[in-house]
Every structure is written in structure tokens, then in C-alpha cells.
Design a binder for this molecule. Structure first.
Ligand SMILES: *[C@@H]1O[C@H](CO)[C@@H](O)[C@H](O)[C@H]1NC(C)=O
Ligand SMILES: *[C@@H]1O[C@H](CO)[C@@H](O)[C@H](O)[C@H]1NC(C)=O
Ligand SMILES: *[C@@H]1O[C@H](CO)[C@@H](O)[C@H](O)[C@H]1NC(C)=O
Ligand SMILES: *[C@@H]1O[C@H](CO)[C@@H](O)[C@H](O)[C@H]1NC(C)=O
Ligand SMILES: *[C@@H]1O[C@H](CO)[C@@H](O)[C@H](O)[C@H]1NC(C)=O
Ligand SMILES: *[C@@H]1O[C@H](CO)[C@@H](O)[C@H](O)[C@H]1NC(C)=O
Ligand SMILES: *[C@@H]1O[C@H](CO)[C@@H](O)[C@H](O)[C@H]1NC(C)=O
Ligand SMILES: *[C@@H]1O[C@H](CO)[C@@H](O)[C@H](O)[C@H]1NC(C)=O
Ligand SMILES: *[C@@H]1O[C@H](CO)[C@@H](O)[C@H](O)[C@H]1NC(C)=O
Ligand SMILES: *[C@@H]1O[C@H](CO)[C@@H](O)[C@H](O)[C@H]1NC(C)=O
Ligand SMILES: *[C@@H]1O[C@H](CO)[C@@H](O)[C@H](O)[C@H]1NC(C)=O
Length: 355
């Protein structure tokens, strides 16, 4: 059973939590059986509050380090997000590995990506790292109520990023995971429709933000860097780049797309397997991060949405340990597949295109 869980986790939909720490291994490939495209956000069932709704459970967090990649997961009742910090190692190929921050959300299969370069122009002389702070350990939640009771709140994560040398933010991408992946893994594709929509704003308190409104004209993503306590640093905006003097910066990445409904680690597994949350806490936390009542997700961060083949094979492999019945992981898999089936010929959707 233990081996089965391990195999399934690393062989399929949760793989990618592990694989993505390596960043180069693909948890899924593309075999489009049918595609489904949705521009309509799920029912906007979240209500505006003056402060973040209290969660009955402590946040679920997970850190996976696989240098040059450090992965951090944060999930509570208001938001789920993954952050990946990349910092080149002495042996890294500097034309492939540069300092980079990615924050990815399962909701809307979207994220932000920021590549940094040392201001002195010599690759390899800038290293970045996420540090624990009062803002998070290392990630903490961001929450701002929506402008009215039917507008979703703006949610995300924050943390402190340490730059050991002065840096410029050379390539920002605020878009779907697919858009980010097309740049990171594809032939460095950037779409002007997405890139030109980024607004750069310097604030009076020395911070600066990048903001982009999605193609739906409703949702917006924001990435902010604010000098952290105890420095007189100032982030400057210059020619559509940010310049950050060496030091610590509180970053905040947020957006207002409605979140998915996370399944708790205990409700992902059946009762006979629940002790795995103690004996294999990392893997069950990883599985839980990818499990929502709407769908189970293929690999973080590079897929982070419904993939039909991955869901179905993983559900078969994991059947001995997955929960079943009302509100279960198995129901989420079957429901997600059925929702996306082609009603004409019964073929199953493999990859959905959202975000
Ligand atoms: C559904 O199946 C029919 C028949 O094979 C095909 O013509 C159609 O394009 C499919 N729809 C989608 C969205 O793939
Ligand atoms: C570094 O990566 C580039 C681009 O893929 C490649 O052309 C080059 O040969 C690599 N250098 C080394 C030392 O592997
Ligand atoms: C420096 O880094 C940039 C961005 O990652 C890359 O395009 C370029 O090839 C690198 N230059 C060298 C000399 O490695
Ligand atoms: C920053 O880190 C890089 C990589 O470890 C190193 O080469 C560089 O000397 C460091 N810079 C400073 C100012 O410490
Ligand atoms: C900065 O200092 C203030 C006051 O000491 C504290 O409340 C706040 O959490 C600190 N922020 C960070 C990011 O450390
Ligand atoms: C940051 O805090 C987390 C949770 O308290 C802890 O597990 C981790 O070791 C800390 N990291 C560092 C670099 O101190
Ligand atoms: C609520 O806010 C959204 C987004 O700002 C807006 O589109 C919508 O019209 C507002 N609804 C009401 C009832 O004011
Ligand atoms: C968003 O606004 C642009 C410009 O007004 C318009 O061309 C486009 O059709 C709108 N998109 C949606 C999804 O409403
Ligand atoms: C601004 O950036 C563009 C594109 O990178 C570059 O061609 C141009 O020379 C830059 N302008 C200034 C004033 O730095
Ligand atoms: C977990 O619990 C099951 C039965 O409830 C038991 O058979 C199994 O040995 C336990 N596994 C571990 C690793 O404790
Ligand atoms: C399934 O659970 C939901 C929410 O807890 C409940 O409203 C519904 O009645 C349940 N359905 C069945 C068939 O038990």
C-alpha cells in the first residue's frame, strides 16, 4: 500500500510536486483527446468581508528543496498557492538557469513569473532566497475583500525575498500557467497581448507593483515588491523594468479569481489509509494540495489543472487509498471527467485550457 501510494504519487498527478522541484521533469504530456475551454469563472460564491474569513484548520504548508529550485506550498480556507524560487548554483548553466520567482495558483490555473538579472550585468553574481519573516514562514496569506458582496476577494501569498546584490526584474509574466510555461520551457515565447497589458506603478512608500487585467476584463493579477524593514531601499520603475537595490523585499502576489474548494488531507484518503497523513505526511500533503472538490490537478506548478488521462490513471492506481462517496476524492475525479466529456462521441477531455 505504501509503495503503491508512493508510486502513484510519483508516477502521476502528484508527481509533479516532486518533479517540479526538479523543474525539468514533466509530470504530464499532451495527448489532447478533446479540449474544453472556459472563459466563464465558476459561480462567484465568495462574499466580501472586512477581513479574511477565519479558517477552522491551520494552514497547510510544505517545502521541497531541490537546488537550484526551492518549492513552497501554502493552502488555507481562502487561498492555495505554490511559490518556486530559483537561484543559480556554481555549476549551473547560466544561459539556462537565472534567478527567478514563480507564484502559481490552482484557481484559474494562473500565476506570476519574474526573472531577475544582476544589475552589474554579470550572470551568476546574483542569488535570491526566500526567508522566514513576520510576513510568513516563509509564505503567508494575502486577503482583501471584494468591492461588493458578489465580487471575489483578492487573495494570494506574501513572503520576504532576499537579493544579495542589486537586481533588475528583466522578464515579468502575469498570466496563465500555460503562458508562463511557453516562456520557461517553450521557445521563450512572450505574447505581446499579455506582456503589453502589464502596468508598472511605483508607490510613495518605496514599493512598486506590476498589475495586469486578464482577457476576461474582470480578473486582475498584481505582484508587488516593498523594501523590508530596516532599509532605505526603494524599488524604482525604469523602462518597464523594476530595479531593486540589494536587500530584503516583501513580495506579494495576488489575484481575484474565485478559488477552488480544497479537500483536506484527511478527506482525500479513505479511513483505512488515514494514518498515511502521519506516516507519509509530505506525500499526503502534496496529494492534498492537488485535490479539490472540483477536480484533482496534474503537476505543480507547470500544469496545476485538470488533465483527464492523469486523473483517471492516478485514480485507478490510488483506488485502495483514495476516499470514495459523497464529497470524496474519487467523486472529484469522476465528476471532473464527466463534466468535460464530449457529449457527441463520449471522448474524454484530456487538457483543459483556462486562465
Ligand atoms: C466532440 O466530438 C465530435 C464528434 O467526434 C467532434 O466533431 C467535436 O469536435 C468534438 N468536440 C470537441 C469540443 O472536441
Ligand atoms: C548551456 O546551455 C546552452 C543552451 O541550451 C547550451 O548551448 C550550452 O552548450 C550549455 N553549456 C554547457 C556548458 O552545457
Ligand atoms: C545571462 O542570462 C541571460 C538570462 O538568463 C541569458 O539569456 C544569457 O544567455 C546569459 N548570458 C551568459 C553569457 O550566460
Ligand atoms: C551573491 O551570490 C552569488 C552567488 O552565490 C555570488 O557569486 C556573489 O558574490 C554574491 N554577491 C555578493 C555581493 O555577496
Ligand atoms: C516590520 O516591522 C513591523 C513593526 O516591528 C512589524 O509589525 C512587521 O510585521 C514587520 N514586517 C516584516 C515584513 O518583517
Ligand atoms: C522557516 O520556518 C519554517 C516553519 O517554522 C521552518 O520549518 C523552516 O526551517 C524555517 N526556515 C529557515 C531557513 O529558518
Ligand atoms: C460588484 O463588483 C464587480 C467588480 O467590481 C462589478 O462588476 C459588479 O457590477 C458589482 N456588482 C454590484 C451588484 O455592484
Ligand atoms: C475586453 O475588453 C476589450 C476592449 O474593450 C474587448 O475587445 C474584449 O472583447 C473584452 N473581452 C471580454 C471577454 O469581454
Ligand atoms: C528600453 O527597453 C527597450 C527594450 O528592452 C530598449 O530597446 C530601449 O533601449 C530601452 N530604453 C532605455 C531608455 O533604456
Ligand atoms: C495504517 O492503518 C492500517 C489499518 O487501519 C494498518 O493496517 C496499517 O499497518 C497502518 N499503517 C501504518 C504505517 O501504521
Ligand atoms: C452530499 O453532501 C452534501 C454536502 O455535505 C449534501 O448537501 C448532500 O445532500 C449529500 N448527498 C448525498 C446523496 O448524501
Amino acid at each position: 500500500m505504501k509503495d503503491l501510494l508512493k508510486f502513484s504519487l510519483f508516477g502521476s498527478f502528484a508527481t509533479a510536486v516532486a518533479a517540479s522541484s526538479g523543474d525539468a521533469v514533466s509530470g504530464a504530456t499532451y495527448f489532447p483527446i478533446a479540449s474544453s475551454r472556459s472563459l466563464v469563472p465558476p459561480a462567484q460564491r465568495l462574499h466580501a468581508r472586512s477581513s479574511a474569513p477565519k479558517c477552522s484548520n491551520a494552514p497547510s504548508t510544505l517545502s521541497l528543496s531541490d537546488p537550484p529550485y526551492d518549492n513552497y506550498f501554502y493552502s488555507d480556507c481562502n487561498v492555495a498557492a505554490q511559490a518556486v524560487v530559483t537561484s543559480p548554483l556554481p555549476q549551473s548553466n547560466l544561459s539556462l538557469i537565472g534567478p527567478r520567482l514563480i507564484v502559481a495558483w490552482p484557481a484559474g490555473d494562473s500565476g506570476v513569473c519574474a526573472y531577475f538579472a544582476p544589475q552589474n550585468g554579470v550572470n551568476g553574481t546574483l542569488s535570491i532566497e526566500m526567508i522566514n519573516s513576520t510576513a510568513g514562514q516563509p509564505l503567508g496569506p494575502v486577503y482583501t475583500a471584494g468591492s461588493n458582496s458578489s465580487a471575489p476577494p483578492t487573495v494570494g501569498v506574501q513572503g520576504v525575498l532576499r537579493f544579495n546584490a542589486s537586481a533588475t526584474l528583466t522578464v515579468p509574466i502575469l498570466g496563465s500557467i500555460r503562458t508562463i510555461r511557453d516562456f520557461v520551457e517553450g521557445p521563450s515565447l512572450l505574447r505581446s497581448e499579455i506582456q503589453d497589458a502589464i502596468k508598472f506603478v511605483a508607490h510613495n512608500d518605496g514599493s512598486a507593483s506590476l498589475q495586469r487585467t486578464w482577457l476576461d476584463n474582470v480578473t486582475s493579477t498584481t505582484l508587488t515588491f516593498a523594501p523590508s524593514n530596516g532599509t532605505n531601499n526603494k524599488v524604482t520603475v525604469s523602462n518597464r523594468t523594476l530595479v531593486l537595490p540589494a536587500g530584503d523585499y516583501l513580495f506579494s502576489a495576488s489575484m481575484n479569481y474565485p478559488q477552488l474548494t480544497a479537500l483536506k488531507p484527511a478527506s482525500v484518503l479513505n479511513s483505512a489509509s488515514r494514518n498515511l497523513t502521519n506516516t507519509m505526511s509530505g506525500q499526503t500533503a502534496a496529494l492534498s494540495f492537488l485535490s479539490y472538490s472540483e477536480k484533482l490537478l496534474a503537476g505543480a506548478w507547470r500544469f496545476l489543472t485538470y488533465f483527464g488521462r492523469d486523473s483517471m490513471l492516478s485514480a485507478l492506481l490510488l483506488e485502495p487509498v483514495l476516499s470514495s462517496g459523497n464529497g470524496s476524492a474519487m467523486e472529484a475525479v469522476i465528476g471532473a471527467v464527466l463534466e468535460r466529456v464530449n457529449r457527441t462521441d463520449g471522448s474524454v477531455c484530456h487538457e483543459e485550457t483556462i486562465g
